[in-house]
Design a protein around this ligand. Sequence first.
Ligand SMILES: Nc1ncnc2c1ncn2[C@@H]1O[C@H](COP(=O)(O)OP(=O)(O)OP(=O)(O)O)[C@@H](O)[C@H]1O
Ligand SMILES: [Mg+2]
Length: 367
Amino acid sequence: MSDLVETSEALGVMNALPHPVFVVDASGKFHFANTSAEMFFKTSAAVLLARNLDQYLSLASPLRALIEQVLKGRSPVNEYKVDLSSPRLGSERWVDIYVSPMVEEEGRVAVQLQVRSMADTLDRQLTHRGAARTVTGLAAMLAHEIKNPLSGIRGAAQLLETSGTEDDRTLTRLITDETDRIVRLVDRMEVFSDERPVERDPVNIHSVLEHVKKVAESGFGRGVMVEELYDPSLPPVLGNRDQLIQVFLNLVKNACEAMEGREDRVLTLKTAYRPGMRVAAAGSRDRVSLPISLSVGDNGVGIPDDILAHMFDPFVSSKINGSGLGLALVAKIVGDHGGVVSCDRSGKGTRFEILLPVWKEARLTNG
Ligand SMILES: Nc1ncnc2c1ncn2[C@@H]1O[C@H](COP(=O)(O)OP(=O)(O)OP(=O)(O)O)[C@@H](O)[C@H]1O
Ligand SMILES: [Mg+2]
């Protein structure tokens, strides 16, 4: 191997690999790292070579045990679906691990990681949709048990307003404002329980984004710089325009909220058409073609670590006035359109990417 990595051609091959590959010895010292490994550890190879693998792993990391096992047994070991989360690497770092002994370099092992992002995105999609379903029953119940009494309370407050003093009116207005807020919340939840088939037409996503941009610029996103990177070859999506507007409004609103208080707020709206993009569907051997990529990025505070694993679940929010329904709704609508949504925190800020099928191949499901 040492001869091999010295030749520039072999090094070129290593660096072209989409998977992190690195060599460490029994003490955890790095002896080689390809470009994907640099990206995985978010550290240049030169710095990695001066560091120890242990600096990147949590104390009880399964990778450390695997390396020891290979050094002892001198035969390769693979382990699938391992979480390498650590303070340095961040949370939700699911990988498959392949560790092999180096024949010519006694005491060293070659490690290859396969990052499981897309497959897990799909697994998680199913969970999100399950979570959305639990809201379904709750929403139907709330509509009955809360909205009806609320309209009575609101009516009574309005009656009082006509006869009360100015101080009373402040209080009655508080009652009507707050009841209105609860009604709006229940209305948002009712969307989850709406099982009626939705009308779908070919939708031009660029016009959806244009509309959302206008809404943002005149309200919650005032003063934000919008960077638009649109692929003119993007075909239409077979979908529901109103629902797709809702998806991007929720994502853009979150992005703007994450950038609040910053000076250089940049919202990035990007579309791309990638005909080769095929994704394995969870629980089946089918590969679904999802060539339409739509993303919303920001340079804001980033998603808090403790929210990350559950942010698509309903009622998960880090905001004082947040209902935590925005992303749950995004996951439901995107799922109903046969697509997937994922989140990338590797750059500055946050980027949500939605992958959708083109209308010819759209697999439409409701619920
Ligand atoms: N672009 C983002 N940057 C940073 N954090 C984000 C971003 N998008 C979502 N989050 C995190 O995910 C949480 C859930 O988002 P979600 O849109 O579901 O609910 P919310 O924004 O808190 O409330 P709601 O959208 O119902 O008003 C947020 O509270 C926030 O912590
Ligand atoms: Mg939100």
